[in-house]
Design a protein around this ligand. Sequence first.
Ligand SMILES: Nc1ncnc2c1ncn2[C@@H]1O[C@H](COP(=O)(O)OP(=O)(O)OP(=O)(O)O)[C@@H](O)[C@H]1O
Ligand SMILES: [Mg+2]
Length: 253
Amino acid sequence: MQPSRRVHPAENVSLPTTVAASNLEMHYRVGPETVRAVDGVSLEIPEGQFVVVRGRSGSGKTTLLHLLAGLEQPTAGEVHVGGVALHALRPREADLFRRRHVGLIFQFFNLIPSLTVEMNVALPLLLDGRRLHELGDRIGELLDVLGVSHRRRHSPHQLSGGEMQRVAIARALIVSPRILLADEPTGNLDSKNAHDVFHLLRAQGRERNVTMVVLTHDPDASAYADRVIEMQDGRVIKDTTRGIGAGEQRHVS
Ligand SMILES: Nc1ncnc2c1ncn2[C@@H]1O[C@H](COP(=O)(O)OP(=O)(O)OP(=O)(O)O)[C@@H](O)[C@H]1O
Ligand SMILES: [Mg+2]
């Protein structure tokens, strides 16, 4: 694993975008039981790789993604993103780091009900001190690509599930992230829309060398990925790299 350096999260530096997890553990105490949601995951994701993570419900995908995003502190192990030791940041620092460097798409959208679609999309930049009127063109462009520009001034509760999902994708892309972490980004879309979203993510990824980790149940998603990781009981049980070196497969016991 590459050595970490101390980057102030407010720094607007251009970081490398490798994502690395080392011996990652996340345990939850539920009454007398301990749930090992993530149970010893080590991964290195090089810059620009598009990784799809699959696995049954409850296999630990969302928990792993939250750890990679620095949304939660692991029980044990380390997360390094762009050489920054994310597991060691204070929550406020982790927030700033994410806002500057990471696009996040959540399983349940996390749109803010009191804001319009365009405000929701602009939010990461508004929090960074930008003004809505400066961002109009970029918002319009993203909403257009995602087919929801006619909903620009609507509230989230006036949207369908698929529309909310596409707004959440636009919000993740507005910061032009070079790291994109997505939890079921197409879970509420029909297969045509899902195909379009994966196509868009892949195109954005290729164009800007974005490192992407996408959790999905969609069997078609693997066709877009450079690498497919399969989880079971909090562990990586299969890790397959496609494309260059296609067919190379590593089984993890
Ligand atoms: N806060 C929590 N407290 C206790 N257990 C939790 C908590 N969060 C997750 N878990 C447990 O950890 C395991 C992994 O959950 P996780 O949400 O990561 O699964 P997942 O693979 O994303 O599932 P899905 O495909 O249904 O989204 C599950 O057994 C879940 O019940
Ligand atoms: Mg999940």
